[in-house]
Design a protein around this ligand. Structure first.
Ligand code: KG4
Ligand code: ZN
Length: 350
């Protein structure tokens, strides 16, 4: 077992080509090349465009991560790469690159779960994660409440969104309001000037009946429909749309449910650590409200730039796997676009 493994991590599950280097729990370099501007006019990520952008960016991004960290390939103890879930073509670009580099350096390769990596990135902020912990994972593609007994091997889903992911809801509502893609950061910014109580939007899966059948689950599609209806009605009545108030009230409805359910899960499971991860964890109102409500809990929220997709999260999980003596993947790792959150690693076929 290696105490402070030096690991290079590669992330390409969506539209960010991320490469980073971690030693133990210390981030040495973190380079992200984003193709987001190429997707903007489509209002969402176009898979083929993303794969091609990863291919174009990969080699320079790896070189930059190595040189920023002042290390070379042969110094590494291992490499890690996101092998799922995500866009399959995009994932395969990262996996192929990682396999080539691992072969060239003659080092083990760990295929890791993107969602577990969003949780593991917290290691780089406050050191190794306390266990057990509850993790609220909120990204563009996923929204889950997890019980994390060991981020390298034992993650149990407690609840999940039944429809849209939280980030997806932010992006769709932003689009309705005429804001650019991805909409989350724009809603966050504009909401600062709005009144979060101006419009009473619905809190999904929060009735007493839902508290029995879907206690830890989420739903955001009803909220999105309510925003559509509210905007349509205002237009019909010839009123101007108060964009800041709609953004603030929508955001409040999302973060109210997320924080309430996450804090309640901690209390009910008797767990005093709450970890936030994923792009929506960059949201300023979510961060403020969770701190207000999580009295007595140890809340771990990475800085905003480590919440959105990056290579650091992959290297952070990779270094934890090496430190725990977990087995590496076999050659022919491949990718699984719908890898479930409880599969922290992928091992490959041959
Ligand atoms: O984790 P991430 O970078 O990619 C996925 O794995 O999906 O998350 C991207 C999502 C997008 O939906 C984006 O709008 C949202 O995170 N996001 C935010 C903020 N920053 C990013 N949502 C709300 N407030 C933010 N500040
Ligand atoms: Zn992500």
């Amino acid at each position: 077992m290696i105490d402070e493994p030096l690991v290079l991590g590669i992330e390409t599950s969506c539209d960010e080509t991320g490469v980073a280097i971690v030693r133990g729990t210390t981030l040495l370099s973190d380079v992200v090349a984003s193709s987001v501007s190429e997707h903007e006019r489509f209002g969402g990520v176009v898979p083929e465009v993303a794969s091609r952008a990863h291919l174009e960016a990969m080699s320079a991004t790896v070189d930059r991560a190595l040189s920023d960290a002042g290390v070379s390939l042969s110094d590494l103890d291992a490499l890690a790469v996101t092998s799922g879930p995500g866009l399959v073509g995009a994932l395969l670009v990262g996996v192929s690159a990682a396999e080539g580099l691992a072969l060239a350096a003659d080092r083990p390769l760990y295929g890791v779960n993107h969602l577990a990596a969003h949780v593991a990135v917290g290691r780089l902020v406050d050191g190794d994660l306390p266990a057990p912990a509850i993790a609220l994972l909120v990204s563009g593609g996923h929204t889950s409440l997890l019980r994390v007994d060991d981020v390298t091997a034992d993650i149990t889903p407690l609840g999940v969104t039944l429809d849209d992911a939280a980030g997806e809801a932010f992006d769709k509502v932003a689009r309705l309001l005429g804001l650019p893609f991805p909409g989350g950061p724009h809603i966050d910014r504009i909401a600062e000037e709005g009144d979060p109580h101006a419009i009473d939007f619905p809190r999904g899966l929060s009735s007493s009946r839902d508290d029995v059948a879907h206690r830890n689950d989420f739903s955001f599609s009803g909220l999105k429909t309510a925003v559509v209806r509210w905007i349509d009605a205002s237009r019909r009545e010839g009123r101007d749309i108060p964009v800041a108030d709609v953004a603030a009230s929508f955001q409040e409805a999302v973060v109210d449910v997320l924080t309430r359910k996450a804090v309640r899960a901690c209390r009910e499971e008797g767990i005093d650590t709450l970890i936030l991860g994923g792009g929506v964890a960059a949201n300023s109102r979510l961060r403020a409200l969770v701190m207000e409500r999580a009295d007595g809990l140890d809340v771990r929220i990475p800085p905003a730039r480590l919440c959105t997709d990056n290579g650091a999260m992959v290297a952070a999980l990779g270094s934890a796997l090496v430190a725990q003596g977990r087995p590496a993947s076999s050659p022919g790792l491949g990718a699984d676009s719908s890898l479930p959150v409880d599969s922290v690693q992928m091992f490959g076929s041959s």
